[in-house]
Design a protein around this ligand. Structure first.
Ligand SMILES: [Fe+2]
Length: 235
């Protein structure tokens, strides 16, 4: 049960992000619908330093509509690494839409994994790809653990889907903006259910720009929600 009346904290002042690894961001500039230029990326990283973020995974989209090649992303990442001199650890991976392009990249092992052998994946919010569970099994057969981005935002998923995903060792990654209702009441409700049932393994901001960061840091959450989020174990 969530208490009816309790103190609320701004995310930026709650300590949630202090010592935190951001496992999902679109801060690598000019490669997707996220941050446009390197100056803005550096501004965001400086703000991250101020709230104690320890490391960041840059996870640009790869999908049929945004067909970033791994080489191109590696080049852009090297530019950002050269330009950034601060204390935050920067890491490159990608957020992979489960579409035909992904199937091609998986068959060629042309991938940018997260944390060695994990792959951050997403689907449409409205409907699953054909044979979602078969595809997730093929990812595992190829030697990767799928991390499903923002599971609370998939309107087609049922509680049973979430249970099945966790049972097949698919890791679920919470989108932190869901905690302040940035994606609506339904995603917020699903997020609380997943949190209560201990189903999340990672948290990411899914940050796309500085304005979004401002909204996130100013967003308020209850003390019990704050505590539950801090308890999410990240591998
Ligand atoms: Fe994302």
């Amino acid at each position: 049960m969530w208490p009816l009346f309790e103190r609320k904290y701004k995310i930026g002042e709650s300590g949630i992000l202090n010592g935190y690894t951001d496992w999902h961001s679109h801060i690598l500039p000019g490669v997707d619908d996220g941050v446009r230029d390197i100056e803005k990326s550096l501004e965001i990283l400086e703000r991250y330093e101020g709230i104690g973020v320890k490391s960041v995974w840059l996870t640009p989209h790869i999908m049929e509509d945004i067909p970033n090649s791994t080489d191109h992303l590696r080049e852009r990442f090297a530019e950002l690494q050269n330009a950034y001199n601060g204390p935050i650890g920067l890491n490159l991976a990608s957020e992979n839409m489960l579409d035909v392009l992904f199937e091609e990249r998986l068959s060629q092992n042309d991938l940018l994994p997260i944390n060695g052998n994990h792959l951050l994946v997403e689907t449409s919010y409205i409907e699953p790809p054909m044979d979602l569970y078969g595809l997730l099994s093929r990812i595992k057969s190829a030697g990767y653990f799928p991390i499903l981005a923002h599971p609370e935002r998939y309107r087609y998923m049922s509680d049973e889907d979430y249970r099945q995903l966790v049972a097949m060792d698919v890791k679920l990654q919470m989108n932190l903006p869901s905690a302040i209702g940035m994606y609506g009441d339904e995603a917020h409700r699903r997020m609380k259910w997943l949190l209560k049932n201990g189903m999340y393994s990672f948290i990411g901001t899914d940050l796309h720009n500085g304005r979004m960061l401002g909204k996130l840091l100013d967003g308020k959450i209850s003390s019990s929600l704050c505590k539950s989020i801090k308890n999410i174990e990240t591998d």
